[in-house]
Design a protein around this ligand. Sequence first.
Ligand SMILES: Nc1ncnc2c1ncn2[C@@H]1O[C@H](COP(=O)(O)OP(=O)(O)O)[C@@H](O)[C@H]1O
Ligand SMILES: O=P(O)(O)OC[C@H]1O[C@](O)(COP(=O)(O)O)[C@@H](O)[C@@H]1O
Length: 305
Amino acid sequence: MIYTVTLNPAIDYVVSLDAFHPGEVNRSASDYKEAGGKGINVSRVLDRFDVSTTALGFIGGFTGKYITDYLTDMNIEHDFVSLQQDTRINVKLKAAGEESEVNGVSPTIDEEAYQTFIAKLEQLKEGDIVVLAGSLPSSLPSDTYKEIVAMLKQKGVMTILDTSGTPLTEALKASPAFVKPNHHELAELFDTEVKNDADVVTLAKRLHEEQQIDHVLISMAKDGAIYVGTGGVMKLSAPQGTAVNSVGAGDSAVAGFIYGWQSLENAEAAAKYAVASGSATAFSKTLCTKEEVEALLPTVSIEHI
Ligand SMILES: Nc1ncnc2c1ncn2[C@@H]1O[C@H](COP(=O)(O)OP(=O)(O)O)[C@@H](O)[C@H]1O
Ligand SMILES: O=P(O)(O)OC[C@H]1O[C@](O)(COP(=O)(O)O)[C@@H](O)[C@@H]1O
């Protein structure tokens, strides 16, 4: 069974305007809301690929109810721990060809809620897959993902991690099986500049070899991705197209990799599916469909480095 963990979910409130004028009253040309947060998006995309998951994490208040109702309507299993405080709202602003984001403040996770969540993870078994994705609520210590990865690995559970900053640095010490930082997050991780593909390969190799991560996929938005792992070293081009809404592109890439890996057990095919999925989401208003991904697959080229 695949589980996604979103410790800090969100309603994504996506607002489009022709132009944004700070300090003035602005009116949306269009807006809509979606259940978001990285693990939840992975569940949503895998559902579109006909792969069942159970979404775990913390949810609270009327915003949390919006998310659980949304998932229930989609027939996506979920088993969140309930909080009193509201789940956050993240604002995604699209104006004059630019995308800006204001991600909200997380509710507080108290010890009792955290232990209830850990008790759910304790039930998982060898062969299960867990996707840990997104920021940590500020009330949880920065080594939370590290502790969870270590605990799950002891049970024979495959762990996949998509986060950034100190929680990522810490969790790498527990060697999750697959990580997908983008190139900015990779640079931040090593406190350096990433100027070209060679720099990306050098740092991704360090993650694979020194931190013993089986699969490292560095996503680079319109420049595709670089894979370093048990499947070798390769650069994947992104399909050409017009970016409509790139919110969820990274999450779609994570879902695409899992889908490709599960169905084919081949890292090259999985990385290709990841890139096609990310791009299909970037080119559409919302998350990709399987048909959109498969239409783009032949346009992803791979160069072995
Ligand atoms: N403008 C774009 N054009 C084509 N593909 C894109 C674009 N933006 C994102 N993608 C696709 O989505 C994947 C993930 O995007 P990226 O922006 O790197 O992730 P994140 O959202 O985690 O920062 C990329 O590897 C690429 O395949
Ligand atoms: O937990 P974080 O890092 O604040 O990110 C949450 C945001 O990321 C998203 O999951 C989108 O992520 P990507 O664009 O990286 O795929 C949104 O749905 C959500 O608002």
